[in-house]
Design a protein around this ligand. Sequence first.
Ligand SMILES: [Zn+2]
Length: 401
Amino acid sequence: MPVRLARSLIVCLCTSLAWSQQAPPASSAAPTDPIAIMVGRLSLERYKATIKGLTQFGDRRQGTDRNRAAIDWIEAQLKSYGCTNTERIHYTYEPPQPGSRPVRRSSDPSVGPGGSRKRGNIFPDTVNNDPMKQPDVKLRELDSQPSTPGPREEVYCTKIGSKHPDRMYIVGAHMDGIGWGEAANDDGSGTALVMELARIFSSPDVVTDVSIRFALWNNEETGLNGARAYVDQRKDLQGIESPAGSGKYPEPRWLGMVQHDMMLYDHGMPHKDGTMSKEQRPEADINIEYQSTSKFSDQAMTLAHKFQLADDKYATDYPANVGPHMTNTDSSPFMDLTPSISLREIERGAQMGSGWDPQHHQPTDVYPFYSDDDFRLGLNAAQTTLGAIAQLSGVALITAR
Ligand SMILES: [Zn+2]
């Protein structure tokens, strides 16, 4: 008798025995919460491998061959995960004339981006534009093709809701980077998170009531141009069935937008001399931010707390905290149209704005820089968003019988 058949017989016998004795279901058995089962399908090794895969395209600067190759690679991965209905947004990017963008800076050094207030040891948060600061000659070469103005693309795919295909949550991250490194953290870490969630939600046994769109924005680093292009092109298409009577909704109505941008590094405040702790701080947390000045501020705050509770329930190592100063990422173009939040390693305004992440836009943002304790913070953010979006979208697992 084939081994497999023998095993299934044993399973059947045990099950019928249990039923005949009317034994209560064992609480120590495998988890029956479908969301816990889905969270269990994430792994540190897979998450790291996806980030590593993205770094083969260097910094993925927008308007370069390496950026276009990365989009092709991401799309191929999404399809291989079963998120096969990939689509692309097409837009044009023309960089602004130098000096044409007004830089508004407060004279008060404690005023940070997004309405935040900086405190403690404050160090500058800068962008590296000097190739010679990249000591790895191969990587310097990989990052050397300059960006040219012109047509741009970005990719997304969608899990279609079984009950309400006309509504969706948008789960996003930006795939472009700058700074002459590998953009491993900014934002390979967020891009890999979104790709991993696309994989898990696309599993054939996963059903959701509403739709979920997994979007990998381009041109974030030039001023959120890719996300803005998406909003401009598609905000007025929300909830329209097309063709009429088809049951298809190319742009489901937006229920909320969640962005992931820099998920790995929370080593605390810089020391007085500007040096950093070498280790992830033990009390590291995921920072969920909404923007208190946005039109949907109260709904976004509620959404943020739902994510915090999902962290309590599903994240294995690190807690999450909520703040009101979401800024400088692709959730901003959405925030006056739908409840929008961002997940990050540290607060964007008060902390990143005070130099808490010295790899930000620097040649040191490379895969080998980070330890498993760093990568694990990103994995915990993936557990959090997976848990929250699964709850919000009404998930069920179809178990094969
Ligand atoms: Zn970023």
